[in-house]
Design a protein around this ligand. Structure first.
Ligand code: PMP
Ligand code: GLU
Length: 399
C-alpha cells in the first residue's frame, strides 16, 4: 500500500523546539555530556503541596472521566484566579480546562477557523502558532518586529495586515522566544487599531508569572470591557508551577467560542487528567512562595546569561523582561566560515553547536527570526557558564 497522509500535513512541520530537545535527550542517553539551552521548561520540581493534592486524589479514587471542560471546583479556582490576579470577570461557562495551553490554542483554531481565514501573528512567534493555524485550514499573516524596537509591533503595520478574512490576532507577552514584555502604552496603540476591526483577540499569558520588571501585568483584555468581551485568554500550569509534564492549561473567553472548543474536545481528548485537575486547584489556590522563589532564581540567571552572551564577540543580546529565554542576535556569525564552509543560517549554526560542541540552542528561523538563537536560562549557573564557554569556543574557531 502507498500510504497517503492528509494534504493538510504537507503545510506543517514537526515542532523545532521539541525536536531539538529530543535530540539533546537522545545524545545524553548515549552518555554524551550535552548542555541544553533548548528546553522550554523550568528546571525546578513541581511544588510539594501540588504533588500532595495529586496523590490525595489518586488515593481517594478520583480516577474516572470528568466533565470534558473541567470539574466545577477547578473552574471556580480559575474564575477566582482571573478575578484576583488579572481583574477579569468570567462566568464558569466562559472557562475550559484543556491538556495544556497548547491544546487550548489548538482547540480554539479548530473551533474558529474556516478555510482561508487569517490569523495575525507577530514575529518572532512561538513555533507552534503558524502551524496550529494551518492545521485548522487557516492562514497565518505575519507581522515582523525588530530587536531595535525591543520587539514592539508597529500599529500601522497591524492596520495594514488586517483584512476582511482576519479572524484573530495573537498576543504573547512575555514572549516566547524573545522574552519581551509588551509595555502598556504599546498595547494601547495596537488596541486602538483593533477597536476598528471586529475579530477575536487571543492573549497567550502562559509566561505571565515569569517577569523581571515591577510594572503590573497587563493584557489586551485589561484595556477595556469592549476588548475583554472578545478576548480569549490562554494560560496554564506548565511554566508558573513547573508542571510541563502534567499537561494542564485553560482558556477563558466568549461563551460561544468556549462551547465550540468544548465540542472539539468532546470529540477528541475529552477531559484533562482527573487527578491533575485536583492538583491544579492546589496550584491556583495554594501558597505563592514557590513561584516567587523560582522567579527570583530565574532573574539572577537571566542577568548571568545576558552578561555572558554580550561578552562573546559577534553576539549581542537584549535583556529579556520575562519568560526564561535569551534571544541573542548572532547575525554577525552567519556568513563566517567554520571548518572552511560558510555558515548559511541559524539552523545550520544550531546543528554545528549540537553536533560539534554538544550545546543545544534553538535556531531563530522557525520562530520567524533568522539570525537569532534561543537559549533557555532555566538551568543551573554552572551549566550556563559551561554552555557559554562552548559557544565562545565555537565563535573563536570562526574565520
Ligand atoms: N504558549 C507558549 C508561548 C509557549 O511557549 C508554550 C510552551 N509550550 C505554550 C503556550 C503551551 O504550554 P503548555 O501546553 O505546556 O501549557
Ligand atoms: N513552549 C516550549 C518551547 O517553546 C515547550 C516546547 C513546545 O511545546 O514547543 O520550547
Amino acid at each position: 500500500m502507498t500510504l497517503q497522509l492528509a494534504r493538510r500535513l504537507k503545510a506543517v512541520k514537526p515542532s523545532a523546539t521539541l525536536s531539538l530537545n529530543a535530540k539533546a535527550r537522545a545524545l545524553s542517553a548515549k552518555g554524551a555530556d550535552v548542555l541544553s539551552f533548548a528546553a522550554g521548561e523550568p528546571d525546578f520540581d513541581t511544588p510539594e503541596h501540588i504533588k500532595d493534592a495529586a496523590k490525595a486524589a489518586l488515593d481517594a479514587g478520583f480516577t474516572k472521566y470528568t466533565a470534558t471542560g473541567g470539574i466545577p471546583e477547578l473552574k471556580s479556582a480559575i474564575v477566582e484566579k482571573f478575578k484576583r490576579e488579572n481583574r477579569l470577570a468570567f462566568a464558569p461557562e466562559q472557562v475550559i480546562v484543556s491538556v495544556g495551553g497548547k491544546h487550548a490554542l489548538f482547540n480554539c483554531f479548530q473551533a474558529l477557523l474556516s478555510p482561508g481565514d487569517e490569523v495575525v501573528i507577530f514575529a518572532p512567534y512561538w513555533v507552534s502558532y503558524p502551524d496550529m493555524v494551518r492545521l485548522a485550514d487557516g492562514e497565518p499573516v505575519i507581522i515582523e518586529t525588530s530587536a531595535a524596537d525591543r520587539w514592539t509591533p508597529d500599529p500601522k503595520e497591524l492596520r495594514r495586515a488586517l483584512s476582511s478574512r482576519t479572524r484573530a490576532v495573537i498576543f504573547n507577552s512575555p514572549s516566547n522566544p524573545t522574552g519581551s514584555v509588551m509595555p502598556r502604552k504599546a498595547l494601547e496603540g495596537l488596541a486602538e487599531v483593533l477597536r476598528h476591526h471586529d475579530c477575536l483577540l487571543i492573549s497567550d499569558d502562559i509566561y505571565e508569572r515569569l517577569r523581571y520588571v515591577n510594572e503590573p501585568f497587563v493584557n489586551v483584555a485589561n484595556l477595556g470591557p469592549d476588548l475583554a468581551a472578545r478576548t480569549l485568554v490562554v494560560n496554564g500550569l506548565s511554566k508558573a508551577y513547573s508542571m510541563t509534564g502534567w499537561r494542564l492549561g485553560y482558556a477563558a473567553g466568549p461563551k460561544e467560542l468556549i462551547a465550540g472548543m468544548q465540542t472539539v474536545q468532546d470529540q477528541s481528548t475529552s477531559n484533562a487528567a482527573s487527578i491533575v485537575q485536583k492538583a491544579a486547584i492546589a496550584a491556583l489556590s495554594g501558597p505563592d512562595e514557590p513561584v516567587q522563589k523560582m522567579v527570583k532564581a530565574f532573574h539572577a540567571r537571566r542577568d548571568r546569561m545576558v552578561k555572558g552572551l554580550n561578552a562573546i564577540p559577534g553576539v549581542s543580546c537584549l535583556e529579556p523582561d520575562g519568560a526564561f529565554y535569551c534571544f541573542p542576535d548572532v547575525g554577525q556569525l552567519i556568513g563566517k566560515r567554520y571548518q572552511g564552509q560558510p555558515i548559511t543560517g541559524s539552523v545550520q549554526l544550531s546543528e554545528i553547536l549540537i553536533d560539534d560542541f554538544l550545546l543545544a540552542a534553538v535556531p531563530g528561523e522557525p520562530f520567524g527570526a533568522e539570525g537569532f538563537l534561543r537559549l533557555s536560562f532555566a538551568t543551573s549557573d554552572e551549566k550556563i557558564d559551561k554552555g557559554l564557554g562552548r559557544l565562545s569556543d565555537f565563535v573563536s574557531k570562526l574565520q
